[in-house]
Ligand binder design. Structure first.
Ligand code: ZN
Ligand code: ZN
Length: 239
């Protein structure tokens, strides 16, 4: 058993071995991982986003249209978010984002792939870009890393031709209207966009959907016909 050997090795070697062959559950850290780096109990309590709005994937009591999409369709055509942003997925995403952990990114991508829908695949994956200042500070764009892992597994290209020209930190404390204002002109496509018909924007978590909406509008203005969103998780309704 790797876990038995780990205890007898020097801490550095044990940490290295743990990185290559993780033996404990990435979520609870106190049981042995069965598959995808998670123990059986954590795999059993994954918060699946089964009943959600058919346009924006907002978690609901039953599959239908959410209040916002009833009034106005979002700029993107559809969203796939297989998990609700709740335990233990929320902790895994935070650890991937702030801990810069590639093993966490791989595990989350595999969880996403297990639940991926059938149907026509987009031509490219477009990760939500970070502003260069934010990227320097964090050193890791979780959406781009996730898109790369998904792209490798699905044999799809990743296109990173969108840049973020406006840094908008701590959006979560703002109202929806303020978020929208804040994001106006936040993204730009500096070079001519290839003639994509069908793309998927990739993000780790979608909260109000304002960021992916802004990005989807820009892509549509640049001639993309069908824009879908792939997000690991979706938060429940935000006022
Ligand atoms: Zn566990
Ligand atoms: Zn909706």
């Amino acid at each position: 058993m790797i876990s038995d050997y780990c205890s007898k090795l020097s801490p550095r070697l044990a940490a290295l071995l743990q990185k290559v062959f993780p033996c404990e559950c990435l979520a609870c850290r106190n049981a042995r991982a069965e598959s995808i780096g998670l123990c059986r109990a954590c795999l059993g309590r994954l918060p699946k986003n089964e009943h959600c709005c058919r346009f924006c994937a907002e978690p609901m009591l039953q599959a239908d249209l959410c209040g916002r999409c009833t009034q106005k369709r979002p700029a993107f055509d559809d969203m796939f978010a297989p998990f609700v942003f709740a335990e233990p997925v929320d902790a895994l995403i935070r650890e991937m984002k702030y801990g810069k952990k590639p093993e966490m990114c791989r595990a989350l991508a595999r969880l996403f792939l297990q639940r991926i829908r059938h149907g026509p695949r987009p031509e490219v994956l477009i990760p939500v870009p970070l502003h260069p200042h934010a990227l320097r500070k964090r050193g890791f764009n979780q959406a781009a890393e996730l898109a790369k892992v998904l792209g490798r597994s699905l044999d799809m290209a990743v296109w990173q031709g969108v840049v973020r020209v406006k840094n908008t930190p701590r959006q979560s404390s703002l109202s929806l209207a303020a978020r929208r204002r804040n994001l106006q002109g936040a993204f730009r496509i500096p070079e001519k966009i290839p003639s994509f018909q069908h793309v998927a924007i990739v993000d780790d978590v979608v909260t109000t959907g304002t960021t992916v909406e802004t990005l989807a509008s820009l892509l549509k203005k640049n001639g993309v016909r069908h824009v879908e969103v792939w997000s690991l998780a979706r938060t429940p309704h935000q006022p």
